[in-house]
Design a protein around this ligand. Sequence first.
Ligand SMILES: *[C@@H]1O[C@H](CO)[C@@H](O)[C@H](O)[C@H]1NC(C)=O
Ligand SMILES: *[C@@H]1O[C@H](CO)[C@@H](O)[C@H](O)[C@H]1NC(C)=O
Ligand SMILES: *[C@@H]1O[C@H](CO)[C@@H](O)[C@H](O)[C@H]1NC(C)=O
Ligand SMILES: *[C@@H]1O[C@H](CO)[C@@H](O)[C@H](O)[C@H]1NC(C)=O
Ligand SMILES: *[C@@H]1O[C@H](CO)[C@@H](O)[C@H](O)[C@H]1NC(C)=O
Ligand SMILES: *[C@@H]1O[C@H](CO)[C@@H](O)[C@H](O)[C@H]1NC(C)=O
Length: 345
Amino acid sequence: MRFYITWMSALAIVSQALASFPLYYELEAPPGYKEPQVQVETLFQFPNNGSWVDNIALRSDGSLLLTRLDVPEVWSVNTTSGNATLVHSFPNATSCFGISEIDSDVFAVVVGNFSTETYKPTAGSFSVQKLDFNNADAKEAERVSDLATVSSIAALPEAQALNGMTTFTKESNLVLIADSPKGAVWKLNTKTGHYEVAMNDTTMMPAKGQALPLGINGLKVVDGYVYYSSTTRMEFCRVKVDDEATPVGDFEVIASGFLPDNIDVASDGTAYIATDPQNSVVRISPYGQISLVAGGQLSTQMPGPTSCRLTEDETVLYVGTSGGQVAPVLGTFKEPGKVVKISFA
Ligand SMILES: *[C@@H]1O[C@H](CO)[C@@H](O)[C@H](O)[C@H]1NC(C)=O
Ligand SMILES: *[C@@H]1O[C@H](CO)[C@@H](O)[C@H](O)[C@H]1NC(C)=O
Ligand SMILES: *[C@@H]1O[C@H](CO)[C@@H](O)[C@H](O)[C@H]1NC(C)=O
Ligand SMILES: *[C@@H]1O[C@H](CO)[C@@H](O)[C@H](O)[C@H]1NC(C)=O
Ligand SMILES: *[C@@H]1O[C@H](CO)[C@@H](O)[C@H](O)[C@H]1NC(C)=O
Ligand SMILES: *[C@@H]1O[C@H](CO)[C@@H](O)[C@H](O)[C@H]1NC(C)=O
């Protein structure tokens, strides 16, 4: 309980400080810079307060897969109708985290134990599970809770708390997984189950003196770089890697000064970052300029955005939310978790 109060107060202080100094609104646009023109709408919302979308993946049929932090569930959302269906509930765990496609319509999911009341993970409880949607259609009519074939890829008992995950390359069978308290990235071979630490760095460590040991959070691989957010350090970074995901360059801080949760990065290196307690999505140009895409510190458009996912053609960004669990908007406003659709003009 003490942990909870400390963390909440720390966040409240940071949130208030940022509200009175919203630096990313004040930045001057460089010459030729175009502000993103966007349309924002809610695609789907869960019925209950406390529902917490942690991460999003896209399926090739256009639907979204959502992981939830408050329950060990993966949901599917039809992006045309907004209809949502439970895909699977994992036994023996409390929460789902990162999700990433590892083969055609096959997804890896981080599963483990985490308390949404104390914000404490259970070290040693984390594993990576597999959801295979191929040939699962036959089951659809019978049981909506079993749309995919489920199996275990590997348990990672040495991990402190696995969080975001991204596919390194499908050919390598490697996924990269952020370990937030440890300040490291694990690489896991999803075919053999072999895993080891791929990289660790100061930029991935939790900031000193923070109640919540939350360092590296979300990550994405684009053009031979691993891009990552580091939450309590308030940094967005990248490092060049070789074809084994071993770092071969400096760990660079691209932008800082906002609270980053999960990220997505476009093919040209433009990043979209969910800022969770800051209730917004920001866009970081490849040169580090920060701009607001949607939401805002005092806005109820997207309370507690946790994650974002670009469509293949990069014209739409889906944003998952916790409904403002960590830091209610204006100190009081909370709502059920939802998925927001942001269309770029
Ligand atoms: C999504 O819903 C639309 C309209 O109800 C339907 O035509 C389409 O087949 C659905 N897509 C998937 C992938 O189920
Ligand atoms: C939503 O999906 C469920 C399960 O596939 C189906 O039974 C229901 O009719 C769908 N609802 C709408 C509004 O399409
Ligand atoms: C994880 O949580 C589940 C469900 O609450 C519980 O049964 C299990 O014992 C927990 N595992 C660990 C390692 O704490
Ligand atoms: C539950 O999870 C724990 C920790 O990952 C594991 O040691 C245990 O074998 C699991 N129990 C079952 C019944 O799957
Ligand atoms: C990386 O991990 C190694 C092995 O655990 C450790 O000795 C080193 O101090 C870590 N480096 C950083 C920057 O955390
Ligand atoms: C969620 O909680 C807020 C107060 O924090 C309340 O106003 C709202 O009615 C609740 N919504 C639901 C769906 O229970």
